[in-house]
Design a protein around this ligand. Sequence first.
Ligand code: G6P
Length: 489
Amino acid sequence: MSLVVLSNRLPFALARDGEGGWKVEPGSGGLVTALRPVLQDRGGRWIGWPGVTREELEDAAAVFADARQHYGFDLVPVPLSNAERDDFYHGFSNEVLWPLFHDLPSLCRFRPRYWQAYQAVNRRFAEVTAAEAGAEDFVWIHDYQLIAVARELRELGLRSRIGFFLHIPFPPLDIFLKLPWRFQILRALLEHDLIGFQTVGGRRNFLQCVRLLIKSAEISGKGDVQTVTVDGRTVRVGSFPISIDAAEFARRAGDPAVIEKFRSLRADEPNRRIVLGVDRLDYTKGIPLKLEAFRTLLLRYPELAGRVTLFQVVLPSREDIPRYQRQKVDIERLVGEINGQFTRSGWVPVHYIYRNLEWPRLPAYYLAADVALITPLKDGMNLVAKEYCATHVNDDGALVLSEFAGAAAQLQRGAFLVNPYDTEGVAASLERALRLSPREQRLRMRRMRQAVSDYDIYRWVDNFLEAAISRDLHDFPIHEEYFPEASPR
Ligand code: G6P
């Protein structure tokens, strides 16, 4: 069985290099980080958008061929016209499904034109896939941009097994109901043989929507993989929290280039604690509220002035979408305000870095950070949290993590879990994390590292594929859920 992976993007995008030529920009975000080692390990084909139009792809053919060589697995490009990019990618994917599935329906623009483009582009992906995949292959479709591909594949007569994994959250019923195309989206999902969600809660939300909106559907089973029977077909539905190549992150922690950079970062902040945030530019990541929480920390604990520095790395993303541009302006204004308020000779409280980090900076930042501060308003998983833990092979450091990140379920025994909307609470947890004794750090970090290495990306793939093809569904691990603590009586 060979893998045919589909995602909106290939693991890189082609972009103009400013001198009339083309360059390759590695993709950001959890999907690419997680899937790249999988394809490198198992081989297979990856079908996706190279970030350009057909004409541009022809122009960039030599650069694309080089990238193909470099990645070591087969890459099949699906170019999009500019109109398709606007209505399918910016439009339906990122102005409808993205905000809706992150519980932000008021940010959605439900334009019928977007839905038309979404279906047309999903059909195109299906046509390319049908030409690539044989009946023995396993077609694995990823994420919210490609929910309607399987339906088209079935119409084209493809007989392969088809799995789908949603990298982002699946919203609660009340929110999903707002989608004008709610029936079509649910029906399209039910065309897969297996649908995977990041969390137990996401799976539960989905099944609740199916129960209410599709009267003929029958849901059965109890474990982590359940089944829905609809129109004579059986669809498996499971939760599979995505992970990282934990051993690779541990290895990087010992790389001489990483250690050298780590030392120079530490030397620049003598006798100071380093707090680190690494987020894609996105309103779901809660960066402005995080900055407010950091400001609150400096106000509530004035003794920390000059003794703690926040490094906030923001990875450029979706810069053509106005809401993302506004988010960037808000972040920059706040960074300026906080630095204006607290900077003093020899100390700038917030270091703001807006760019993709080149090797070996990211692992060096992870290593140098006494605390990672990761506070999304809602997040499918958040692999940065797992990467931070996997890098801390000496069992030092601490993690302050949003309750609303999927990763909270696996890291709950070691992280300080916070409500990102509660800036006072985040500041208080951050202060506690900064004061942790080496012994407490060790206890907490060890548990988190264990959780990440026990269920790494390879285990995740094995579990997903096993759930897709096994006869028996009884043995699937039951993943834990995270629930905020009840208030003390
Ligand atoms: C998230 C999504 C991915 C997406 C990534 C980067 O991780 O789940 O599907 O690829 O963000 O966003 P972009 O829009 O640049 O592909």
